[in-house]
Design a protein around this ligand. Structure first.
Ligand code: NI
Ligand code: MN
Length: 227
């Protein structure tokens, strides 16, 4: 399995036969190396409704006939665009043919801002546990630090955790260090930083606060091979 980071919270997972993208915010994401026209994916997973996470989901889903997995209200909301959805909710897991997806809690908001400024609330925000080919990936979504990350770490053997470090809107680096330790993740990739002035961070400094070999500040487009 390959995982890669594409700026902000965009993470791609490539298994033997499926391509999965989490939170595909591409247009408007100045850090990303992806473009919607070239992107080939089978599955889109959304952590919550904020525009910097839903991003280009509708266009990508239509172009690729991709399945969109999202927290219930967000899935229903986005499903109005005539795309394939699979609604889930916190604590629920589902075994898809490409792997198992479980939504975990996140302490954050979840709403979509339409072009005219109307804010539509889209239920609870989430994190994602994805398990396939014997590997487990945790994408925390946008969240504050919460002590049940210890429980997530006790109950799952996490190979790679993608954790926000931007601060202001999510955990900052110090809190993300505690999150990493509580999750007992073998590898931790920082996300959700540098996209906007308010979330500027130094990913290498974050990695240096973690035990040796755990912090992997992936460059945009860089692939991490999980064997
Ligand atoms: Ni958010
Ligand atoms: Mn965000």
């Amino acid at each position: 399995m390959q995982v890669s980071y594409h700026g902000h919270s965009v993470v791609k997972i490539v298994t033997e036969n499926k391509k999965i993208i989490i939170d595909p915010f591409i247009n408007g994401n100045e850090l990303t190396d992806l473009n919607v026209g070239d992107l080939e994916v089978d599955v889109i997973i959304l952590t919550h409704g904020h525009n910097d996470h839903v991003g280009d989901t509708v266009e990508i889903a239509k172009k690729n006939n991709a399945l969109v997995i999202a927290p219930y209200e967000l899935a229903v909301y986005i499903g109005k665009n005539d795309i394939n959805i699979h609604p889930m909710n916190l604590g629920g897991a589902y075994q898809f043919d490409f792997g198992k997806v479980k939504l975990t809690q996140a302490f954050h908001g979840s709403s979509y801002q339409e072009q005219d400024g109307t804010v539509i609330y889209t239920g609870m925000p989430s994190g994602v546990l994805f398990t396939a080919e014997g590997k487990t990936i945790y994408h925390a979504g946008d969240t504050a630090l919460f002590s049940d990350m210890k429980m997530i770490g006790e109950r799952n053997e996490i190979d790679v955790a993608f954790l926000p470090i931007g601060d202001n809107l999510t955990m900052g680096p110090e809190d993300a260090v505690d999150a990493a330790l509580w999750l007992k993740a073998k590898k931790v990739v920082p996300i959700h930083y540098d996209t906007f002035p308010a979330i500027k961070q130094d990913p290498k400094a974050f990695a240096n606060m973690l035990p040796e070999g755990v912090g992997i500040p992936l460059k945009v487009g860089e692939i991490l091979e999980l064997k």
